[in-house]
Design a binder for this molecule. Sequence first.
Ligand code: ADP
Length: 234
Amino acid sequence: MGGEVIRTVGLKKSYLTGAGALEVLHGVDLAIGEGEFVAVMGPSGSGKSTFMNILGCLDTPTSGEYFLLGERAGTLSPDQLAARRGRYLGFVFQGFNLLPRADLVENVALPLLYAKVPWAERRERARQKLDLVGLLPWAGHRPAQVSGGQQQRAAIARALAGEPSLILADEPTGNLDSQNSDEIMRLFTELNDKGLTLIVVTHEPDVAACARRLVRFHDGLVVEDGPVAGRRRP
Ligand code: ADP
């Protein structure tokens, strides 16, 4: 285990609504180190997405500090945030978000296109990531030709394509049955065993139980933070 990947200090976020400013994060202090596997839980509306959007450099806090890999990220411009996203972060979503007309190699290679990596190298690196998630035999298939679990594995390969320091996953098993869900959590567990840092938002206790650490939000604050008791190996 190495350094700190994430640190937030007194992080607050307000939205302007018709009724005035609505504060949805009330001062979140959280540090996450290299190699951690963190599950984020909490009721709907407790601020999880707002918090993850800030961690993912998709949004900035109203006040407080956010440090990504020791660098202050809470006050960056949209271009600087986009550069941090491309360089350090990988995203996995509930709905996979794969391009339907592209095959799995092209889907996984897409972030490298934005990073201006030459075509042959893009393809080679995408194939390596597909191999890592067990999908090399399906490299030439389109998303609709493989199962939901396989689509999510391809999305994880895409998230890994840029060699990120951190993967942020938002309800990654929300669209999957329990067998495919376990397949995804098994992959996350293996990747974490190899040192990958992971933050996974989930409503499912079975999914959270696969993580090493559980952070629970309620009403815009962290109300619980500690090791997962009785960790599950999916
Ligand atoms: P969770 O992900 O835990 O369901 P959210 O972070 O999505 O919680 O939402 C927290 C609160 O912030 C909710 O009350 C939600 O209605 C409010 N909220 C989220 N985004 C906005 C926005 N863009 N404008 C106004 N209110 C918002």
